[in-house]
Design a protein around this ligand. Structure first.
Ligand code: TYM
Length: 323
């Protein structure tokens, strides 16, 4: 059997955080040895909210640097910018015409927006269709994502199956891949870690800022001597992402026993986070020092992505009567 095609994207709406890392980047990096992996910087998607050109460029490059520093190997996986293959917007239009409005009205990003009384743009409403186009344009088999993107991959599957019934087998129907233990990484306030909640810890946080954020994790008001509940603690939940099982078990025991304050546990978490990313920081600094390196990687990525995408869009044009 041919190697599976793996594809995922990340929106450059800021700097990648621990949710992005554990939910998608790390699994994606693991997948690069097991198939034909394509990862992209979803700048068209980011344009739903980032309307400052310099910022969009800066975030796009920053996300690419972070991904590479964390272990994405451009010799094995293809790293590209979504907008370098603009045919994706053509496919998005075709899919839009097959998408029933209620399917999108049911999607959570749109519903969240509405529930806050905000008026969503058409781009935000149609966001899952562009995502479907991303996935289908590359004949993707597997889509590594965090739990919050599962619904969007399901929309993609529905649209692919519908198009295949209407026009013959033009699309590969993808399967989401979600790592259960890291499917929803929680943030400083105990909710899902998300840029829009302002509760993130970035992967490449400066030391002082990281310490400040970790020390600011929301806890209950238990005193030093009190027994504490590890099951409901954000400190323990985050520590579990970084520390070996035995260290987590020790922290849980010490929570229950009482006698140690939250501040002490937070310091332990800070060290675990800082040390985990230490080797990547060096690599990121090297990559950032010479912008030509990233330019070359993205140009090569665009070329490899286009080589896959162009025959697919041509296949779709023919099947739908556009050629
Ligand atoms: P984005 O940029 O919001 O997030 C990128 C990836 O990080 C995951 N993630 C999380 N995982 C666990 N816990 C969290 N707290 C957490 N926060 C974010 C997301 O699930 C995602 O996998 N629409 C996508 C980008 C995209 C895409 C695609 C993905 C565009 N086209 C095609 C896959 C395939 C998004 O906004 O991800």
């Amino acid at each position: 059997m041919a190697a599976p095609r793996i594809l995922s994207g990340i929106k450059p709406t800021g700097r990648p955080h621990l949710g992005n890392y554990f939910g998608m980047m790390r699994p994606g990096i693991e997948w690069q040895d097991r198939g034909d992996a394509f990862y992209f910087i979803a700048d068209y998607h980011a344009f739903t909210t980032v309307h400052q050109p310099e910022l969009l460029r800066e975030y796009s490059r920053g996300v690419a640097l972070d991904f590479l520093a964390c272990g994405l190997d451009p010799a094995r996986a293809v790293l590209f910018r979504q907008s370098d293959v603009p045919e994706v917007t053509e496919l998005a239009w075709l899919l839009t015409c097959l998408t029933p409005m209620p399917m999108l009205e049911n999607c959570h990003a749109y519903k969240d927006h509405q529930s806050k009384g905000k008026v969503p743009s058409h781009g935000l409403f149609a966001y899952p269709v562009l995502m479907a186009a991303d996935i289908l344009l590359y004949d993707s088999n597997i889509v590594p994502v965090g739990r919050d993107q599962k619904q969007h991959v399901e929309v993609t599957r529905d649209l692919a199956e519908k198009a295949n019934r209407m026009f013959g087998e033009i699309f590969v129907v993808p399967t989401p891949s979600i790592v259960q233990t890291t499917a929803t990484v929680i943030g400083l306030d105990g909710q899902k870690m998300s840029k829009s909640y302002g509760n993130t810890i970035d992967i490449f946080e400066e030391e002082k800022a990281l310490r400040k954020k970790v020390m600011g994790i929301v806890t209950d008001s238990a005193a030093v001597e009190d027994s504490k509940d590890p099951a409901t603690s954000s400190i323990v939940a985050l520590y579990r992402l970084f520390a070996p099982e035995s260290d987590v078990a020790l922290m849980e025991d010490q929570f229950r026993a009482g006698g140690i304050g939250y501040g002490e546990f937070k310091k332990r978490l800070f060290v675990a986070i800082w040390e985990t990313f230490a080797p990547f920081r060096q690599k990121r600094a090297e990559l950032a020092a010479d912008p030509a390196i990233l330019d070359g990687i993205l140009a090569n990525g665009a070329e490899r992505a286009r080589a896959v995408a162009l025959p697919v869009i041509e296949r779709v044009r023919r099947a739908t009567g556009l050629r």
